[in-house]
Ligand binder design. Structure first.
Ligand code: HEC
Length: 131
């Protein structure tokens, strides 16, 4: 009987621990939604990890950039990224201002979610020494 009690205590402790982990990792809902959009609409080119190795990447003239390295300074360039996604900054692949690709499909809030997701996957910027 004693061993059963000990086992129950052990199981209970694990359950508590796992719950605590889940709560600690609870993500920003905006990031969660952005991730879903990214997997559906962007991962084919930019890769599921955002690093640029999507399944269609090899057949593109221009290799998709690594989206985990958009941040080059202390602050994530959210405005610029937003413009690149919505087509305010022209890009031959994503379309131009007069013919945006994503700006027509996504609502403003979904673009915000995508930008937040991209911000969440940035790797720490590692400044290369000049030269
Ligand atoms: C058809 C392939 C393709 C798809 C799909 C695609 N991209 Fe891109 N993306 C590219 C390529 C190629 C570039 C680089 C050339 C350019 O700027 O047009 C790029 C550039 C970008 C940039 C600018 C990166 C920089 O270095 O400034 C961002 C941000 C971006 N994509 C986000 C997205 C998001 C978000 C989605 C999904 C909504 C998406 N892309 C879907 C191919 C794609």
């Amino acid at each position: 009987m004693r061993i059963v009690k000990l086992l129950l205590i052990a199981v209970f402790a694990v359950v508590l621990y796992v719950n605590a982990e889940v709560i600690a990792q609870k993500e920003d809902p905006s990031v969660v939604r952005g991730k879903k959009l990214f997997m559906n609409y962007c991962a084919s080119c930019h890769g599921t990890d955002g690093k640029g190795s999507g399944v269609v990447a090899p057949s593109l003239k221009k290799h998709p950039p690594d989206l985990t390295k958009l941040q080059k300074g202390a602050k994530f360039p959210a405005d610029e990224v937003r413009k690149k996604i919505s087509g305010d900054l022209s890009s031959p692949v994503h379309g131009k201002k007069d013919m945006p690709v994503w700006g027509m499909i996504f609502s403003q809030s979904d673009i915000t979610n995508l930008v937040k997701y991209l911000e969440s996957i940035q790797r720490p910027y590692d400044p290369q020494p000049a030269g």
